[in-house]
Design a protein around this ligand. Structure first.
Ligand SMILES: NC(=O)c1ccc[n+]([C@@H]2O[C@H](COP(=O)([O-])OP(=O)(O)OC[C@H]3O[C@@H](n4cnc5c(N)ncnc54)[C@H](OP(=O)(O)O)[C@@H]3O)[C@@H](O)[C@H]2O)c1
Length: 330
């Protein structure tokens, strides 16, 4: 196994924390991310206590893309590269709310922040393929390092949504057009559908030799998020009976982040560490394209510019062309 440097978003608790600890246990370097220093403090103290300098921390509120951009700059500046991005952080709310950029909050935190991170960190993730392993401190010295990896912690709930239009207005100021009053389930399912469509479109745009992207379902897991999802105590009781622990549920993320057997696989969905079918609207390639364009349109112009620069750096360093698969602007 080659030691990888891995960013796990939402590593203060739940599945993300379990994923980060399992990856540290396996010998990787892990950057644990959370919304605030206070929320990350217990997990980070435990991680550094057990694994020393292999654990690092990053703070950014994903509902504010300016904070996400600052985090990307710090990661670029530290010069230590990045092999894997685990877009794990997620939330559920019963109240309509908006991100700092005016986007419906579940779409913003569960999809848009990860979309931005992936595209902004593309040069770092792809640099893995353009530098010899020996030059980066990897044990293996036989050629180029493995492709970068992106994981989208989605859900089987991506298949529950029957109707969606990823028009900018519907993820922004007309967020309740389809469900008024605000239906937390619709918006959560929509964000998890976006996680799956993202990997379809990523695989169309970015060659698997550079950076792969795959989505996964972790299972039904006892966490703060699942408690917040179920308001009804009776449903909550039954859900708790079938739910698993974060320590068991992180297995698919750990497999996809570190295992050599999945190298080169892109645009796929996984459950229990096995490939699984993408359901319903998740198979709609035109919708995946619309989502990508909408996600770009949701960004302030200076952030679209950051992504365009990231794309140019990626092309320069990898020699990626505008032709066929892997085409398109960020
Ligand atoms: N639990 C399940 O049954 C289940 C099922 C299917 C899929 N999933 C998916 O699994 C992923 C992890 O969920 P979980 O159940 O482990 O939830 P959790 O225990 O509530 O953990 C959520 C993590 O996301 C972070 N986060 C939330 N909002 C954030 C924001 N605005 N900025 C930065 N970080 C933020 C939290 O950080 P703070 O502590 O700083 O708030 C926390 O670390 C989610 O993507 C979820 O959709 C969960």
């Amino acid at each position: 196994m080659r030691e990888k440097r891995i960013l796990v978003t939402g590593a203060s608790r739940g599945i993300g924390k379990a994923t980060a600890f399992a990856l540290l246990e396996a010998g990787h370097q892990v950057i644990l991310h959370a919304r605030s220093r206070e929320s990350l403090a217990p997990a980070y103290a435990e991680a550094t206590g057990r694994f020393g300098a292999r654990a690092a921390e990053e703070i950014a509120d994903l509902s504010d893309l300016a904070q996400v951009e600052s985090m990307c700059r710090r990661l670029e500046a530290d010069g230590r590269g990045l092999d894997v991005l685990v877009n794990n952080a997620g939330m559920v709310t019963h109240e309509l709310g908006y991100s700092a950029q005016g986007i419906e909050i579940q779409f913003a935190v569960n999809h848009l922040a990860g979309f931005y991170l992936a595209n902004r960190l593309l040069p770092l993730l792809a640099a893995a393929t353009s530098k010899p392993a020996s030059a980066t401190g990897d044990q293996a010295t036989d050629g180029l390092r493995a492709p970068g990896r992106i994981l989208q912690v989605s859900s089987i709930a991506h298949g529950f949504i029957k109707e969606v239009d990823f028009a900018v207005s519907e993820v922004g100021n007309l967020a309740t057009k389809r469900t008024d009053p605000y239906d937390h389930r619709y918006h959560y399912y929509r964000s998890k559908l976006a996680n799956v469509l993202f990997v379809t479109e990523w695989a169309r745009r970015i060659p698997s030799a550079h950076v792969t992207a795959n989505a996964l379902h972790p299972g039904i897991v006892r966490t703060r998020l699942s408690k917040a999802y179920m308001k009804n105590p009776v449903f909550r009781f039954f859900e708790a009976m079938i739910a698993t622990t974060p320590e068991k549920a992180c297995a698919t993320s750990v497999h996809l982040a570190g295992d050599d057997s999945v190298e080169g696989i892109t645009g796929a969905f996984f459950k229990a560490s096995e490939g699984a079918p993408i359901k319903g609207l998740g198979t709609d390639e035109a919708l995946a394209g619309q989502l990508w364009e909408t996600s770009l349109s949701c960004l302030p112009s200076e952030m679209r510019e950051q992504l365009a620069q990231a794309r140019a750096t990626y092309k320069r360093t990898t020699g990626a062309s505008d032709e066929g698969k892997g085409a398109g602007n960020a």
